[in-house]
Design a binder for this molecule. Structure first.
Ligand code: CP
Ligand code: NVA
Length: 302
């Protein structure tokens, strides 16, 4: 297989994505049974973090360890990247030493540039525009709880951010209807919305958007890098909290997801993460299994 990257969900075909999800479910079962499976023995993952992380770092690092390999945490604070070494040079050097590179950064263009100069697979672990690894976990979680998402209705309530853009990619690829409910001025990428107009619509009223939905998902109102807008955003988004009342408009078997970390009392009510529809802890755990399936696919070419 030629060198493959995972910068957005579009880098994999629907059949590859479905296989990855099935494999993630299989790897999860093996993990539960205590099976030792080390396809990445002696392999190394470089992990570049220019933003904070709990789930992403721990899931990639644990995944590599469980697979018999290892991971190196690289923060821009302590590497030459933070002192202005060009991304192209860093890509050429690092990719001669490790077997795959995972990057969490700001501008999406930066990870594209890294990938162009890399000899090994590059994985997007969140940029300002996309968070495809989270979508692998979300899709796995939906399949585990409800089966195929094809033909279902998903409602995104809140900011049209990186997660929302990745949900738009998912709607197109996995073939579900996506309703985005956000305040004016906080829409997802308009080019993406226009391209996927057959699958995506913006519905301002969150209750109307939630009506009959099979999955409701949300995320923080101010993402990493938008800390200064936090106060203004609290005002703009106050009608867009996901709470049990909003969930009562959804289908009777609806699920609730949040990529976490959550701000209780803001985008979710205090009780929402403990609501019977919430599957957020499974969703968080599935980051581990879905990314193990992704690493196996990209590094072992299977
Ligand atoms: N959901 C997610 O990516 O979490 P972290 O920021 O903790 O990695
Ligand atoms: N939209 C959030 C997701 C965090 C996992 C952010 O970019 O900060």
């Amino acid at each position: 297989m030629a060198l493959r990257h995972f910068l957005t969900l579009n880098d994999l075909s629907i059949s590859e994505l479905n296989k990855l999800i099935d494999r993630a479910i299989e790897l999860k079962a093996m993990q539960r049974q205590g099976v030792i499976y080390e396809p990445l023995k002696n392999r190394v993952l470089g992990m570049i973090f220019e933003k904070s992380s709990t789930r992403t770092r721990v899931s990639f690092e644990s995944g590599m360890a469980q697979f018999g390999g290892s991971a190196i945490f690289l923060s821009s604070r302590d590497t030459q990247l933070g002192r202005g070494e060009p991304i192209e040079d860093s890509a050429r050097v690092l990719s001669r030493m490790v077997d795959a590179v995972m990057i969490r950064t700001f501008e999406h263009e930066k990870i594209e540039r890294f990938a162009r100069y890399s000899q090994v697979p590059v994985i997007n672990a969140l940029t300002d525009d996309y968070h495809p690894c989270q979508l692998l976990a979300d899709m796995q979680t939906f399949v585990e709880h409800r089966g195929s998402i094809q033909g279902k209705t998903v409602t995104w309530i809140g900011d049209g951010n990186n997660m929302c853009n990745s949900y738009i990619n998912a709607a197109e690829i996995f073939d579900f209807e996506l309703r985005v409910s956000c305040p004016e001025g906080y829409e997802p990428d308009d080019r993406l919305v226009a391209e996927c107009a057959d699958r995506v619509q913006i519905i301002r009223d969150p209750k109307e958007a939630a009506r009959g939905a099979h999955l409701i998902a949300t995320d923080v109102w101010a993402s990493m890098g938008q800390e200064e807008e936090q106060k203004l955003r609290l005002q703009s988004f106050k009608q867009y909290q996901v709470n049990p009342e909003i969930m009562s408009y959804a289908a009777s078997d609806a699920l609730f997801m949040h990529c976490l970390p959550a701000h209780r009392g803001e985008e979710v009510s205090e009780d929402m993460l403990d609501h019977p529809t919430a599957v957020v802890w499974d969703e968080a755990e599935n980051r581990l299994h879905a990314q193990k399936a992704l690493l196996e696919f990209l590094i072992c070419n299977r």
